[in-house]
Design a protein around this ligand. Structure first.
Ligand SMILES: Cc1ncc(C[n+]2csc(CCOP(=O)(O)OP(=O)(O)O)c2C)c(N)n1
Ligand SMILES: [Mg+2]
Length: 908
């Protein structure tokens, strides 16, 4: 009966909505409706709904343009009252715990801003999300999970809304896991006593936070790919399957970031029922309402349902239930439906009188419904996200739901309980850092906190005694859920990584065969995949460019991961290298999503901390669409202490030639240099790649270092020489002498990537045509040379009484003189990084400016980085140094084909 009543309400609400304007036969319409009503009256809502669907289908197949069925349900809770389960915890104690956490979270920010105005912090977001957090902390977030065999497995993974961090700290403080000094030093991380980071940063608090989230949009995308990666690990037999979940707590404003919604269909396609989104719909973002003129919850519902998610709306608290029950005509729901979020915000930002007048007062029957309620009662009508029972039921449903990811849309109030000065429900809520004394005292009263007026005015922290029921309950709940949360415990299973001999193929060279460094890299990857120790841990990740990079042989070798296996016979099944998808496939072929691929890279590169299993991701992408497209995700990867190899293929502004301005990358090595834990390399030869990867594997997976690698990989084919004796150290540190001239060198030529060949050619021209001897050096990493030099320089600066130390670059070039001409397929800024240690000797030739489509020969000439330009630069500088004849140099420039008066390619 209840079900029918609710359905009736909905229908009535819709009946009251404006009808089609042109009803040519109202009589007939009435008859149809009556017939349908009759079916409904026979207590068979399912049948009534079925008939509607059948009619619609029939109309469609008759070719009528039937409007698509709405993806929205009415603006009320998805879970009906009669289907709710009772709350499994002690609501009263939980409320008290929550109030204490609320208070200390607020006090943390308020105190800090009194001490240090401008230090910032957020109070309004946690105030809105507290119930959503606490229900999960007390009943859902598991720190460890027992598998079927009774063994402990890692627990749930939670992406917290970043700027709600004060609340998370406040809880850990109540648990005794963070000290008073730590919370007093919130946002004061550099004091004598340790403090707390502003937001979730595993780099800064490695025992606490797992996921950097505060940059909007990162959490959603990363959570989706994390849930998918969990399945990948299970399907490949690398972890034991459990019912562990990935939770992501997101802001409603945050959902506007394209990254937030961009991959939601992947989650439903992959049937990720291990994924739960909780969107904190407080209707506000930073400046104002998220959808003042609409309803964010309804908009998100339609989008997620359309994308195939299970959607659970938690709109109204239990105080509204009796009103719904009373409402025979659907007028309450109608009113709820017609109000926009801007109005809902005002209902809360003003007072109960306003709510009574403007919301209930619009229709007399509605006003009558609440006539016997006091203003206080009206004000106590909560939104769903502030009602533990409603939230619990939503979580429980989400937890048990099978076959789809779930999104919970919870309506809340920004700054809940903070009062006017804290901006409760107001546009200024997000920015508020202080509460006036009145609101502080009101806060304690509203949440029944045993805090004296005096202490309240000072926003003093409140800690109940350790043996208080609250603290005991808190610990008991966490114990039942397998331990405290959040924690980032690392139990990585370090690996025995291959020795250099493993890479003998690359070290030996190609015996004259012309191959690119990308091909050489693919050979390395292929061999690693076959290795007994590390092979299974390798995760090749590709956004739809495997064929571009010549990697298609891997499809067959290790298979493409597909959670459903391969449901079709691939058209190329009869070929040796067919497109093989399988449930335990190893390659993550992501399709065209660099951001998504980066999230897979992140899930794999942090698997050691989340799953206790070291994984070795190689993410190979079109280099131009790497850092410049998804730089923020790379930054977060570093913060998360990720490990792995980012491989920017089709590198170089002139080496990738025909593709032109949008594709030719001459700056990734500048961008990669900005990430502190990223080691960037620009190798020229196969053996350099082998040495770098071998060392990287050792450092990350054997020595447990939280670093990662960026490798520039090129598609130009040339013979790969064998490794010169003893080059390893220089390759890793960034420079080694490759080929000395036949006499005392007058100048030195630095080359990286394919430009090393140009340096070698220049060396020959200089010797043969101009009788100038030069040494050629391979510079594998200007970035590493600079970092090492900076470290040494700092040491020298801080130890003036000690003997001065020499940076590696200075040692390498000891006893040399004359100009140094560096040529790179990247910007001049790349070699310029080491200029401070070269005493004015460095002349950088690089590909600054927009790319062009043309052949390599023309491009290198255009950017003045070819061998001829290197020769010209050498002679020119030798002339300035008084070591070469000026006329001859000018003539050489003309002979070599340079155009002194042409426009600078950096501006062309
Ligand atoms: C990419 C990015 N842009 C801007 C910001 C700055 N910022 C921090 S919080 C915020 C508003 C968040 O609103 P919402 O997602 O609704 O969260 P709420 O605080 O309302 O829960 C903004 C714009 C950011 N953190 N990340
Ligand atoms: Mg918001």
């Amino acid at each position: 009966m209840q079900a029918k009543a609710q359905l009736e309400q909905q229908i009535n609400a819709q009946r009251n909505a404006p009808s089609y304007s042109s009803d040519s036969d109202p009589q007939e319409t009435a008859e149809w409706l009556e017939a349908w009503d009759q079916i409904l009256d026979e207590e068979n809502p399912q049948r009534a709904a079925y008939l509607l669907t059948a009619l619609t289908e029939r109309a469609r197949s008759a070719g009528l343009a039937v409007p698509p069925s709405s993806f929205n349900t009415p603006y009320c809770n998805t879970i009906r009252v009669e289907d709710e389960l009772p709350y499994p915890g002690n609501l009263e104690i939980e409320r008290r715990i929550k109030s204490i956490i609320r208070w200390n979270a607020m006090a943390m920010v308020v105190q800090q801003n009194k001490k240090d105005p401008g230090i910032g912090g957020h109070i309004a977001t946690y105030a809105s999300v507290a119930t959503l957090m606490e229900v999960a902390f007390n009943h859902f977030f598991r720190a460890t999970i027992q598998d079927q065999a009774g063994h402990d497995q890692p627990g749930d993974l939670v992406y917290f809304q970043g700027h709600a961090s004060p609340g998370i700290y406040s809880r850990a403080f109540l648990e005794g896991r963070l000290s008073r000094t730590q919370i007093e030093n919130f946002r004061h991380e550099l004091r004598e006593e340790p403090g707390l980071s502003s937001y979730p940063h595993p780099w800064l608090m490695p025992d606490f936070w797992r996921f950097p989230t505060v940059s909007m949009g990162l959490a959603s995308l990363n959570a989706i790919y994390q849930a998918r990666f969990m399945r990948y690990m299970e399907n490949r037999g690398l972890i034991v399957p459990t019912d562990r979940k990935v939770w992501a707590f997101l802001g409603d404003g945050e959902m506007d970031e394209p990254e937030s919604m961009g991959s939601i269909t992947l989650a439903s396609r992959e049937k990720l029922d291990n994924l739960i989104f909780v969107i904190n719909c407080n209707l506000q973002r930073l400046d104002g309402p998220v959808r003042g003129n609409g309803k964010i919850i309804q908009e998100l519902e339609a989008a997620f349902r359309g994308a195939g998610w299970n959607v659970i709306k938690v709109v109204w608290g239990r105080g509204w239930d009796p009103l719904f029950a009373k409402d025979r005509t659907g007028i309450l729901l109608k009113r709820m439906e017609e109000c926009v979020d801007g109005e809902y915000q005002s209902f809360r930002a003003k007072e109960a009188k306003f709510l009574r007048e403007k919301f209930f007062g619009k229709y007399p029957e509605l006003a009558a419904m609440v006539a016997d309620m006091s203003d206080e009662d009206l004000w106590d009508l909560r939104r769903g996200g502030h009602d533990s029972i409603k939230v619990y039921n939503a979580y429980k449903r989400a937890f048990e739901h099978k076959g789809q990811p779930t999104v919970i849309l919870a309506k809340t109030i920004k700054g809940y309980g903070l009062g006017p000065s804290g901006g409760e429900g107001r546009n200024l809520a997000h920015q508020s850092k202080k509460l006036d004394e009145n609101d502080l005292v009101n806060f304690t009263q509203r949440f029944n906190l045993p805090i004296s007026e005096e202490d309240a005015k000072d926003a003093k922290f409140y800690t109940p005694p350790q043996d208080s029921p609250e603290v005991i309950y808190l610990h008991e709940r966490r114990k039942a859920l397998g331990g405290y949360y959040p924690t980032r415990g690392v139990q990585s299973d370090l690996l025995e990584t291959p020795k250099l001999e493993f890479f003998k193929e690359q070290l030996a060279g190609s015996e004259g065969r012309e191959v690119s460094t990308t091909m050489a890299f693919v050979r390395v990857l292929t061999n690693l995949l076959k290795d007994k120790t590390v092979g299974k841990r390798v995760v090749p990740i590709i956004p739809d460019e495997a064929r571009t990079f010549g990697m298609e042989s891997l499809f067959r070798q290790v298979g493409i991961y597909a959670s459903q296996g391969q449901l079709y016979q691939p058209h190329d099944a009869d070929m040796f290298l067919y497109y093989k998808e399988s449930k335990d496939g190893q390659i993550l072929e992501e399709g065209i999503t660099e951001a998504g691929s980066m999230c897979s890279f992140t899930a794999a590169g942090t698997a050691y901390s989340n799953y206790g299993v070291e994984m070795i991701p190689f993410y190979i992408f079109y280099s131009m669409f790497g850092f410049q497209r998804i730089g923020d995700f790379v930054w977060a990867f570093a913060d998360a202490r990720g490990r792995g190899f980012l491989c920017g293929a089709t590198a170089g502004r002139t080496t990738l030639n025909g593709e032109g301005l949008q594709h030719q990358d001459g700056h990734s090595l500048v961008l990669s240099s900005t990430v502190p834990t990223c080691l960037s390399y620009d190798p020229a030869f196969a053996y350099e790649i082998a040495v770098i990867i071998q060392d990287g594997l050792r450092r990350m997976y054997q020595e447990d270092e939280d670093v990662f690698y960026y490798l520039a990989l090129y598609n130009e084919n040339y013979a790969q020489p064998p490794m010169p004796e003893g080059a390893e150290e220089g390759i890793i540190k960034g420079i080694y002498k490759l080929k000395a001239g036949s006499g005392k060198p007058k100048a030195h030529l630095f080359g990286s990537g394919p430009m090393l060949n140009e340096a070698l050619r220049a060396q020959q021209i200089l010797a043969e045509q101009y009788k100038v001897q030069t040494d050629v050096w391979s510079v594998t990493s200007y970035n590493e040379l600079r970092r090492e030099a900076l470290r040494v320089e700092r040491w020298n600066r801080l130890h003036p009484a000690e003997p001065e130390r020499q940076p590696y670059i200075v040692q390498a070039l000891e006893k040399t003189d004359g100009p140094i001409i560096a040529s790179t397929d990247y910007m001049k800024l790349v070699p310029d990084q080491i200029a401070p240690w070269l005493g004015g000797r460095l002349i950088s030739l690089g590909a600054d400016g927009f790319g062009r489509s043309d052949s390599r020969e023309y491009l290198r000439k255009h950017f003045e980085i070819n061998a001829e330009s290197i020769v010209a630069a050498t002679l020119s500088q030798l002339t300035r140094d008084g070591k070469f004849n000026a006329k001859k140099a000018a003539q050489a420039i003309a002979d070599l084909g340079l155009k002194p008066e042409a426009i600078d390619p950096a501006l062309a």
